[in-house]
Write a protein that binds this ligand. Structure first.
Ligand SMILES: *Cc1c(COP(=O)(O)O)cnc(C)c1O
Length: 450
């Protein structure tokens, strides 16, 4: 087997996610034979550093020996059992560990099998909580512009990235949308913290106006990842927590992308010292091995559903694979690695290497900003550095970077005009330096004729 043959068979029967399939008339689909650590190897023997953790899921490399061993053991013990009326040791251990790890006050775990489904669970739970308390008129959700919460209809409605949302707008519930504290738009000389604090006035206003009908505010803490890795200051979350309390509105923290060390702390909410009413986790939860998601919530929320069956207050939501033992076991093995390997501490050195190797990008004639929060680093390409006029999206500059990087053995997958690094934590400083070199070349090539 080689790349070409497999790509032909692929294109005859598959429909790929988030892809205009016609692009593959020009752009070959790359069949991967095996993965080891940060490396992916295709059927022609080419190797690629997975600099984006296979869409932000992989934490400790492909074919990680410890996660593999745990999965083998689980496979021979119990592959799956329904979680209604039944339970298993792996999901119990995982829930105990998650309750202990997440911000104080989150004490209950409800499982689903992907990020979007976790967002749906949090929305339904929040609405249902208020309904159980006699506030059925609370039906609205408050979201930030440029946010992303997944692709199922409820989750898509919460997001605000037009490229994904506009087509389906007639199918989606209406939300109350508040301008994002995205620090890319701060005034020159203004700190990100000051800008985030200033932008909070829009949220305060929305809460004052809509709290009576609002179930919850949903945010991606600190980094709007799908929204071009735009970042804001923790102070916004601190203010938001206080305002939600004041106005009797829940706070949903969608940490699906930023959880598990991506922003430098285990969870992004820690940097603001807050506990949300709901925390959604997925992606890194299983180290990038298997689909699993979880919504953590408080005892207060849990108790609002706890009653005699006849009162019909139960949360009658389920997914066939809720709490799948294999996925839970991968998650447990992932948490073991965090615990035993001082991962967050080691990541500080990696984050510093990411910063240092890309510091000079800020001087590139077509780079408007290099921004970073922990293990996420983003480089914003622009047509005009002075006015920050972006390249028209039709020019697909990011795609040029993607192609160049592949030729050089690096998987970078820019979001529009934003090139970013979000590598697995097993990457080395030398590999980071190489990725930075390839990204620089790619950006230079992609912006050359402008
Ligand atoms: C990826 C993502 C989701 C959706 O998760 P899926 O598993 O792709 O459904 C939701 N919210 C955020 C912040 C994400 O990055």
């Amino acid at each position: 087997m080689n790349n070409k043959l497999l790509a032909q068979r692929d294109l005859a029967v598959l429909w790929h996610p988030c892809t205009q399939m016609k692009d593959h008339e020009q752009l070959p689909v790359i069949p991967i034979r095996r993965g080891t650590g940060v490396w992916l190897e295709d059927f022609d023997g080419n190797r690629y550093i997975d600099a984006i953790s296979s869409w932000w899921v992989n934490l400790f490399g492909h074919a990680n020996p410890r996660i593999n061993a745990a999965l083998h053991e689980q496979l021979d013990t119990l592959e799956h059992v329904l979680l209604a009326g039944f339970s298993h040791e792996t999901v119990i251990c995982l829930s105990e560990r998650l309750v202990a790890l997440t911000p104080l006050g989150l004490s209950r775990c409800f499982y689903a099998d992907n990020g979007s489904s976790a967002v749906e669970v949090s929305l339904k739970m929040s609405y249902h909580y208020w309904r159980n308390l006699g506030h059925a008129h609370k039906t609205k959700f408050i979201t930030l512009t440029n946010s992303y919460h997944g692709e199922t209809l409820g989750a898509l409605a919460m997001g605000n990235v037009p490229l994904y949302k506009e087509t389906y707008a007639p199918l989606l519930m209406e939300t109350i949308s508040v301008p994002s504290p995205d620090c890319y738009y701060r005034e020159s000389g203004e700190s990100c913290a000051d800008y985030s604090r200033r932008m909070f006035s829009h949220m305060e206003q929305a809460l004052e106006q809509h709290a009576g009908q609002a179930c919850a505010v949903i945010v991606e803490p600190l980094v709007q990842c799908a929204g071009s890795m735009r970042m804001y200051d923790p102070v916004y979350l601190t203010l938001l927590r206080a305002a939600c309390d004041k106005h009797n509105v829940h706070l949903i923290a969608d940490e699906i992308a930023v959880g598990f060390g991506r922003t430098g702390t285990m969870f992004a909410c820690e940097q603001a010292g807050i506990t949300p009413d709901f925390m959604c986790l997925s992606k890194g939860l299983t180290g990038g091995y298997l689909p699993l998601s979880v919504v953590l919530t408080t005892e207060v929320v849990y108790q609002a559903f706890y009653d005699d069956y006849q009162n019909l207050t139960a949360f009658l939501h389920s997914h066939s694979y809720t709490g799948n033992p294999l996925a839970c076991r991968a998650a447990l093995a992932t948490l073991d690695i965090f615990e035993q390997n001082n991962v967050l501490e080691r990541n500080q050195a990696l984050a510093e290497a990411m910063r240092a190797t890309t510091a000079h990008f800020a001087d590139h004639p077509h780079v408007a900003e290099v921004r970073q929060r922990g293990m996420i680093l983003a480089i914003e390409m622009v047509k005009d550095k002075r006015t920050r006029e972006p390249y028209p999206w039709q020019e697909r500059r990011g795609l040029r970077v993607y192609r160049h990087a592949l030729e050089k053995g690096v998987l970078l997958r820019p979001l529009g005009n934003v090139v970013y690094l979000m590598p697995p934590y097993v990457i080395t400083e030398e590999q980071i330096a190489y990725i930075a070199e390839v990204a620089w070349e790619g950006i230079t090539l992609a912006t050359r004729d402008a």
